[in-house]
Every structure is written in C-alpha cells, then in structure tokens.
Design a protein around this ligand. Structure first.
Ligand code: NAP
Length: 379
C-alpha cells in the first residue's frame, strides 16, 4: 500500500477489537480516516462511535439508528453488503465475531487494498475463497501477527516449524475431573487478555488455539505437520518461527491487542505507540509447557478436523459456536463442549464446498446438527 491517509472500514466496531482499532485510529488522525462502521445490535455504542469518528456510513445487523445528514444508515445482512458496496475504503478491519463474519469479510476483501484480519472464523471456514479475492491479508490475531513478523527474517522454504503460543487460559494445569462444575463466570475470566465472550470461552477450552492452527495453515500456506502449539502462561512471546538452522525468531511484547492492530494497519511501517503499551525486558519471566491434549480436547479436535479435511473445519467451528452458546446459557457443562463438537463431526459426512454460499449452507447444517446433539445431552 502507498502512503497518504488510509480510509478504514471496521466490521465489528463495537467489539473488543473494534474499539481497540478506533483507539489506534484516534491517535493517528493524519494516517487513518474511518469511512464505515458495522456492528451487530449495540446501537448506543455505534452512535457514540459515529459521533466521534464521523464516517460516511454505519450499519447494524439488527436494529435501527438515527444518523445525521451525510451519514448513511444500513441494516440487516443485505444492508451490510450494500454498505460495503457503496462506501470507499482502503483497509477493512474484519472483526465481527464468529461465522457471521464470513460473508462481510469476503465481500469487503473483494474491494479492499488490505484485509486486517481478526475474524479467524473467516479463514477457518472460507480460507480458500477469501484468499482468492483478497489483495493483501495482514493478521490481527497476536499470534499470527507475531508469525507474520518473524517470517520476514527468512524464506518460506527455510521454515522448520511455526510455533503458536497459548496462555493456557484460566484452567491451565487442571485435570478433566476438576472442570466438571466450571461456571460461565469462571471461564470468562481470562488471566491475560480482555476479549469478547466467544473468544474468551474458546481460550478456556483451547479451541481458540485450535482455530488459530487452522488459520495459520491458510495464512502462511504451510502443512499442518509444521505447526506446533506451546503453552506460555505470561502471553509475552506472541509466537515464533523455527528456521532450518534451528534459530527461533519470536515477537514479544505486552499482551495488548492495540500493538498487533496498529501493525496490521500500518505494515510495513511501525507506528510510535505510547510507553504504557510497552514493558521492560527485566519484567519478563518466560515459561513454556506442553499443552495437555487429554484435558483440552478441543485443541486435539481442531487438528483432527484438519486431518479429516475440508469441510470439517467449518463443522468444527459451527459446532463450537453452538456448544459455547449452550454452555453460556447454562444448558450444558463446560466439559460437554468438546463432546458436542466431536459428535457433530462424527454425524456429518459432507463434501467440500465449491462456493462461499455452500460454506454458509454447511455452517447452517452443522449448527442445526449441533443443536440436536445439545438436545440429546439435555434428554
Ligand atoms: N478480542 C481479542 O483480543 C481478539 C484477539 C484475536 C482475535 N480475535 C477475533 O476477532 C473477532 C472479534 O473478537 P472480539 O473479541 O472483538 O469480539 P466481540 O467483542 O464479541 O465483538 C464482536 C463484534 O462483532 C459484532 N457483530 C456480532 N455479530 C454481528 C453480525 N451478525 N453482523 C455484524 N456485526 C456483528 C458485534 O456487534 P455488537 O457489539 O453490536 O454485538 C461486535 O462489534 C473474533 O473472530 C475473535 O476470534 C479477537
């Protein structure tokens, strides 16, 4: 991308990534201008963002919002597509949560010079289609941002391993029997990161790491055999690459999403971020452990979905969304989340999608199947 002020569309502006993105843009008004904001149903927050950033247009998936003259309002799934068609933008920050982000990410990727990608589900479910239309994909996920940066110091054929770090979440070190009575509020208290509910529960089950493994396969075009996961409770080393000479190149820093978000917006340059987003090297204590795939079965299931082949990652992701929702509503215990996913994967035997619309149909079918599996747990 060339220089000058970049026009930015934010999908999921009212979420954790969306708000952090706006915080970066607020600090660099000469570099970025918000032209579009898209949210789910939080009209109050969207209104405040609209007043502060004065975009060309805003959209809600559900609900209404009165906008001043000069700011267009769109609503619903089709409305979001129309906003993407109608407004001008150079960068899209794709930060809707879950599979709802697939189509908006795909549609905006067709137009944007750069996709700053947070919505990992887009790549997990539709990596083939999104990569085919995107001019440039720069990851926002801290792990993938770290790998993206580490890869700048070697050639693709020199990669020995890509190592994703995982904090281990709030239940690191626990055994399966100890997790039976976990309540949503226990699972929602992540030790290092402040994130949306879905990704926080996924961090507690390690499904988040599983989805990130699949995301990494698509982003970096490496075989899954080269991708490893290591637990690093402090979340300071954000991930690393081991090259063929056995050198590890890692990216480190305070666990704050504004750092990878800023990089995704400004790459190949770096933005001068304030000192409170930094830390001293002597403050870092770094430890690493092997992940426990017996207790955290979701991570194993993600590797299994890759092994079974496309479209199993779509089924894995859809079943996970249903299972996490059911857990948050108190319908199933925490330990049933991987059971729902595994059963759904066992029931469905589907062929690979040929279009993005088929991805959406498979996602829908997998959700319906997972709902039935949840019902069988209640019976
Ligand atoms: N948070 C992190 O630190 C982090 C780190 C790495 C990757 N990610 C990834 O980034 C994505 C967003 O995560 P998050 O933590 O920011 O989630 P979040 O806080 O739950 O925010 C989700 C955003 O998506 C919007 N949204 C939900 N459904 C929508 C729909 N159907 N149409 C349009 N907008 C919709 C929400 O709007 P409302 O507010 O109106 O509901 C909100 O703006 C996820 O894919 C996550 O895995 C997050």
């Amino acid at each position: 991308m060339g220089n000058g002020t970049k026009k930015v569309l934010i999908l999921g502006s009212t979420g954790s990534i969306g708000e952090n993105t706006l915080d970066i843009i607020r600090q660099f008004p000469e570099r970025f201008k918000v032209t579009g904001l898209v949210a789910g149903k939080n009209s109050e927050k969207l209104k405040k963002q609209m007043e502060k950033f004065n975009p060309e247009a805003v959209a809600l998936f559900e609900g209404e919002l009165e906008t001043p003259v000069g700011v267009d309002f769109y609503s619903g799934e089709e409305g979001i597509k129309s906003l993407i068609q109608d407004i001008d933008f150079d960068i899209v920050v794709a930060a809707i949560s879950g599979a709802s982000g697939i189509i908006p990410t795909f549609e905006s990727a067709k137009k944007a010079e750069r996709v700053a990608l947070a919505n990992k589900e887009s790549l997990v479910c539709a990596g083939k289609f999104i990569k085919a239309v995107a001019k440039e994909l720069v990851p926002v996920d801290s792990e993938h941002s770290a790998i993206f940066q580490a890869l700048l110091s070697g050639k693709k054929e020199e990669i020995k391993e890509i190592i994703l770090t995982a904090s281990g979440g709030p239940f690191r070190g626990k055994k399966l029997e100890e997790l039976k009575d976990v309540k949503p509020e226990d699972a929602l208290s992540h030790p290092n990161w402040d994130m949306g509910n879905k990704v926080t529960i996924d961090s507690a089950t390690l499904m988040n790491k599983g989805l990130e493994v699949i995301e990494a396969v698509w982003l970096f075009d490496v075989p899954v055999e080269k991708i490893k996961v290591v637990v690093h409770p402090q979340s300071i080393v954000h991930s690393m690459v081991r090259f063929c000479d056995n050198s590890f190149i890692a990216q480190m820093g305070k666990p704050d999403m504004r750092i990878p978000i800023a990089y995704a917006l400004s790459y190949p340059e770096r933005l001068p971020l304030p000192d409170n987003l930094g830390m001293e090297f002597y403050e870092m204590s770094l430890t690493f452990e092997k992940p426990d795939l017996k207790t955290f079965k979701c991570l194993r299931l993600a590797f299994e979905a890759l092994d079974r082949g496309y479209p199993y990652p779509i089924i894995l992701n859809a079943a996970d969304e249903v299972a996490v929702n059911s857990f948050l509503k108190g319908k199933i215990p925490f330990t049933a989340i991987p059971e729902v996913i595994e059963k759904t994967m066992d029931i469905l035997n589907l062929s690979s999608p040929e279009t993005i619309e088929e991805v959406v149909s498979i996602d829908k079918l997998a959700r319906e199947t997972a709902e039935k599996v949840v019902q069988s747990f209640l019976a």
